[in-house]
Design a protein around this ligand. Structure first.
Ligand SMILES: [Zn+2]
Length: 408
C-alpha cells in the first residue's frame, strides 16, 4: 500500500525534535551566500515597488525571473489584473524525490516612489537600511540564496520546489490570492517568507484575518429648517451606533473592531435619510468574530431615532492563519533546525498583521510563516532595517527545512 505523501510528512513532522548536528557543508554554503545576499538586498531595495508602481514592478519581476532561471527553474509569468500590476512570478524546480514544497514572498512595498531618494540603501554595522528591505525584500532574498545554497551542495531530492513572488500582498492580494491557494492545494507544505523581528526572532502561530464591517442606516429626509420633526435623522442614528458599539473591540480575545469611516447627508439644509459607517475588523478566532457580529446585529434592533432601520454587512478580507497540528509541527522543526546554527526562534501565539499564509492555509496544508530576515520598522514611520548577522543562519534554516521536508 502506498502511503500518501501528506501522511508521510505528518509522521516526519511528528517525530520529536532531536538536537541534530549541523550540516557543515550546508552551513558553509549558507555562509558563502551571505555576502551575495547583501548585494541582492541592495539591488532589490534600489527598485521602488509600491503595489501600484507599474515600471518598478515590471523591472523587479524581470530580475527575479532571471535569477530563478539562472538557478535552474522553469519560470511562468502571470500578468496581474487591476488593481495589481506587474506579473506574478512562479519558478518551478523539478527534483528526484516526491515532496512538493512551495516558497512564497512578495515584491510590493507600502512606500511611495521617492522614498528611496530620502532613505537610500545604506549599511551601518550589522544593519542594512532601506524602504521595504525587511518587508519583504528580505523574504525574496532568503528564498533566492537558500535555493543557491541547495544548488551548491547538489541537493535535488525534493519532488517539486515551487517559488511564488506576487505583487499585491500589501493590498490584500486581491489578484494573487487564488494563485497562492491553488499552488498550496497542489503542494504538501508551504513556507512563507514574511520578515521576523530583530532581537527576539518571533515565529507566529497565528496571524489575524481581516475584514470590513459596514452598517447602512436608513431614515427619512425632511427640510432641516421647515419641518425637521418630520425627518428621521440617519446621521444621528449612525452616531449612536458608533458610540454604543465601541466596546466590541476586544484585544484580550484577539478581536479588533474600530470605526474608521462615516458618510451621511448630501446637503446642509436637509435631515439626512441615509448614513453609512464602516469599521476595520480583525480576528484571531472565527467563533469570536461570529459572536461579535451577532452582538452588533442585536444592538441594531433598538434604534435611538424612532423609525430608522439599520442593516449590517461584513466583507471578509484576508483569512486568518492558525497553526493546526501539522503547522505547529513545522514550527517545531524550524525551531530545532535554527538551533543547529546557534539561532533562537521564539514562537508567539499571534501577530495582528494579516499575511498570505492565510490564503495558503485555505488549502488545508501545513503552513509556516516568518522565514524572512529579522527586521525592524516595517509598516511604521521609522526607518526600516534588517539584521545582516542573521542572513547565513536564515539561509541555512530555509534550505535545511527543504532538505528535511524532502524526507531524506
Ligand atoms: Zn509583507
Amino acid at each position: 500500500m502506498r502511503i500518501p505523501l501528506s501522511a508521510f510528512l505528518l509522521v516526519m513532522l511528528a517525530l520529536p525534535a532531536q538536537a541534530a548536528p549541523r550540516d557543515d557543508r550546508l552551513w558553509a554554503a549558507a555562509q558563502a551566500e551571505a555576502p551575495l545576499a547583501v548585494d541582492t538586498l541592495r539591488s532589490l531595495v534600489n527598485i521602488e515597488t509600491p503595489t501600484r508602481e507599474v515600471g518598478g514592478m515590471a523591472e523587479m519581476g524581470d530580475i527575479l525571473a532571471a535569477r530563478l532561471i539562472a538557478l535552474g527553474a522553469a519560470v511562468e509569468k502571470i500578468p496581474a489584473a487591476a488593481p495589481a500590476h506587474g506579473s506574478v512570478i512562479i519558478g518551478r524546480f523539478a527534483g528526484t524525490g516526491t515532496a512538493k514544497i512551495v516558497l512564497i514572498a512578495h515584491m510590493d512595498t507600502i512606500y511611495p516612489v521617492g522614498t528611496l531618494a530620502k532613505r537610500p540603501f545604506r549599511i551601518q554595522g550589522d544593519r542594512a537600511y532601506g524602504p521595504g528591505i525587511a518587508d519583504d525584500k528580505s523574504g525574496l532574498t532568503v528564498i533566492l540564496h537558500s535555493l543557491a545554497a541547495l544548488k551548491a551542495v547538489g541537493f535535488r531530492r525534493f519532488g517539486q520546489l515551487t517559488v511564488m513572488f506576487n505583487t499585491d500582498e500589501e493590498q490584500t492580494s486581491v489578484f494573487s490570492a487564488k494563485i497562492v491557494t491553488d499552488l498550496a492545494s497542489q503542494a504538501d507544505v508551504i513556507m512563507s517568507f514574511e520578515p521576523s523581528t530583530v532581537g527576539v526572532e518571533i515565529i507566529p502561530r497565528a496571524a489575524a484575518g481581516n475584514g470590513e464591517t459596514r452598517v447602512i442606516v436608513s431614515g427619512r429626509a425632511s427640510h432641516a429648517g421647515g419641518a425637521p420633526e418630520r425627518g428621521r435623522n440617519a446621521l444621528v442614528e449612525a452616531a449612536d451606533i458608533v458610540l454604543k458599539t465601541r466596546d466590541l473591540d476586544d484585544p484580550a480575545n484577539g478581536f479588533r473592531f474600530n470605526w474608521t469611516q462615516i458618510n451621511g447627508g448630501t446637503i446642509r439644509n436637509q435631515i439626512p435619510d441615509q448614513a453609512v459607517i464602516s469599521a476595520d475588523t480583525r480576528h484571531l478566532s472565527k467563533s469570536v468574530l461570529d459572536d461579535k457580529l451577532a452582538q452588533l446585529a442585536q444592538r441594531l434592533t433598538t434604534p435611538l431615532v424612532p423609525d430608522t432601520t439599520a442593516r449590517m454587512e461584513y466583507r471578509p478580507g484576508r483569512p486568518g492563519y492558525f497553526a493546526d497540528a501539522a503547522s505547529a509541527a513545522l514550527i517545531d522543526k524550524a525551531v530545532s533546525i535554527y538551533k543547529e546554527v546557534g539561532g533562537v526562534l521564539t514562537p508567539v501565539p499571534a501577530m495582528t498583521a494579516s499575511t498570505d499564509a492565510g490564503y495558503a492555509q485555505l488549502s488545508g496544508k501545513p503552513v509556516i510563516e516568518g522565514l524572512g530576515l529579522p527586521g525592524y520598522g516595517y509598516h511604521s514611520s521609522q526607518e526600516e532595517y534588517v539584521d545582516l548577522s542573521r542572513i547565513a543562519p536564515r539561509i541555512y534554516l530555509a534550505a535545511k527545512m527543504v532538505i528535511e521536508l524532502s524526507g531524506q
